[in-house]
Design a protein around this ligand. Structure first.
Ligand code: ADP
Ligand code: MG
Length: 229
């Protein structure tokens, strides 16, 4: 168990919309070991985003526990939780979420502006390394809207990795990409997982991508189908 980086134990989450209740997660358990690359696969509405938001400390479970490096995130102070979120976790979203008025370099630099200990020169070095990792150094002064979908998502991958997080959460990062571009993006994420030793959890509803991924966990109706690894 010492290799466990994230442990999700019997987690439940219900959304309340007026009188209606949506039981989004109904007892999910999952373990991510350090350095592991895992795909969370399930149909639309199966609970993937809800689970990623909980692991990313963006929301809290109703029942069950989430441990990161053995610590129950429910017991962290607000300050510790935002530290975990800002320093240890990188996020990649389906819709890229790049800032349109910032160029590629500035988009990737943005999360580093919270790291007051870094000098501008150290920041530039980190950004250039991250852009090199996704083969976009030559595009550093381009605007996001001049890039293809695949290039935009590679900027988002660089932005997620530039803070040197321990965990990257990618919520359907390939959903807006054609199948060839999606396959390349997965291969790139797997490569960076190995090169940078970052734990990855990415979600998808696309079965075709599964052959490219070291480990698969299926989720259906708010429950992980093959349970704890
Ligand atoms: P997925 O990402 O696999 O498509 P979600 O985690 O987004 O699944 O959603 C799981 C279920 O919870 C769905 O039925 C969805 O409609 C519902 N749901 C998700 N977010 C909310 C919310 N903020 N309020 C109410 N219902 C929600
Ligand atoms: Mg979703």
């Amino acid at each position: 168990m010492s290799d466990a980086f994230v442990q999700v134990e019997e987690v439940h989450k219900t959304y309340r919309l007026g009188e209606a209740e949506v039981r989004a997660l109904r007892g999910v358990s999952l373990q991510l070991n350090k350095g592991e690359f895992t795909a969370l696969v399930g149909a639309s509405g199966s609970g993937k985003s809800t689970l990623l938001n909980l692991v990313g400390c963006l929301d809290e479970p109703d029942r069950g526990r989430i441990l990161i490096e053995g610590r129950d995130v429910a017991h962290l102070s607000d300050e510790e939780r935002s530290h975990t979120r800002n320093r240890n976790i990188g996020f990649i979203f389906q819709s890229f979420n790049l800032v349109p008025v910032l160029d590629v370099f500035e988009n990737v630099e943005l999360p580093l502006l919270l790291h007051a200990e870094l000098t501008p020169a150290a920041r530039r070095e980190r950004v250039e390394q991250a852009l090199g990792d996704v083969a976009l150094l030559d595009f550093r002064r381009h605007w996001p809207d001049k890039l293809s979908g695949g290039q935009r998502q590679r900027v988002a991958v660089a932005r997620a990795l530039v803070t040197q997080p321990l965990l990257v959460l990618a919520d359907e990062p390939t959903a807006n990409l054609d199948s060839e571009t999606a396959a390349h993006l997965i291969d790139l994420m797997v490569e960076l997982n190995q090169k940078r030793k970052v734990t990855f959890l990415f979600s998808t509803h696309d079965e075709k991508l599964m052959v490219r991924v070291p480990r698969i966990v299926r989720i259906r109706d708010g429950r992980t189908v093959d349970g704890v690894a």
